[in-house]
Design a protein around this ligand. Structure first.
Ligand SMILES: [Zn+2]
Ligand SMILES: [Zn+2]
Length: 241
């Protein structure tokens, strides 16, 4: 009798193992072990340069967390890299006798080299003016003296791991803090949108719209993506741990 019980138990165990091998997902004990773990939340790091204030950093952090639902981490401030500084400041000298301006494309590459591995994206933030070369059909836009080193609000790889934004041009025509903060949030979300692969969008009710060289375009944009742009971002990137 004892032998029969042991034999039956043995058959039961073998049957369970066979079931597990043939139907791993339907085995009740295997479900938690074999279901793939959900994708990790995307981590966006903010890299303040030198004299950036904490209020600006917090504003951008909250905006990205609330709108995109990503995890946002602030990194300790670092100096702006000397090699990104530009002396090509023809237009800017009219307003400021000793302008300080940095090439946004150099900053993107610098951040890409420096960013901690945990950061899927890294956004640099600076109070200094940043610039890039504006091209049209593959050539520098005319007049070239102005567009070779054109001051901008922000720049981001599309797609790619890094972006940069500057607060330098946000308060030129206003002292309204509510307006300035809204500009800051929209530019941060726009540049991160480029990082996620989104191109400029023709829809005026979308923050991926091209600023078209005017802060007024940014003022007119909502703090939201249009449906097309939102649907272009993989849902998995929004999954929580
Ligand atoms: Zn853009
Ligand atoms: Zn759009």
């Amino acid at each position: 009798m004892k032998k029969i019980v042991i034999a039956l138990l043995g058959v039961g165990v073998l049957f369970s193992i066979g079931w597990f091998i043939i139907f791993p997902n339907s085995h009740p004990l295997s479900s938690s072990a074999l279901t793939p773990s959900p994708p990790k939340t995307r981590v966006v790091c903010l890299q303040p340069f030198a004299d950036l204030d904490t209020a600006t950093l917090e504003e951008v952090k909250n905006a990205i967390q609330q709108y995109y639902g990503f995890e946002v981490r602030s990194l300790p401030a670092i100096p702006l890299p000397d090699q990104a500084r530009t002396t090509n400041i023809a237009g800017l000298k009219l307003y400021n006798p000793s302008p300080e301006r940095y090439r946004a494309d150099s900053l993107l590459r610098y951040l890409k080299r420096k960013k901690p591995e945990i950061c899927h994206n890294c956004i640099g933030l600076t109070t200094k003016d940043i610039s890039s070369t504006k091209k049209l059909n593959g050539k520098i836009k005319e007049p070239a003296w102005m567009y070779t080193d054109w001051g901008i609000f922000g720049l981001g790889f599309q797609p790619g791991p890094t972006a940069v934004l500057s607060t330098y041009r946000l308060a030129r025509d206003t002292r309204d803090l509510v307006k300035i903060k809204a500009r800051l949030r929209k530019i941060a979300m726009h540049e991160l949108g480029h990082n996620l692969g989104l191109p400029h969008c023709p829809n005026p009710t979308c923050f991926m719209r091209d600023a078209l060289e005017s802060i007024l375009t940014i003022d007119a944009a909502p703090e939201a993506l249009c449906e097309n742009c939102r649907n272009a971002i993989p849902d998995a990137w929004f999954a929580k741990n």
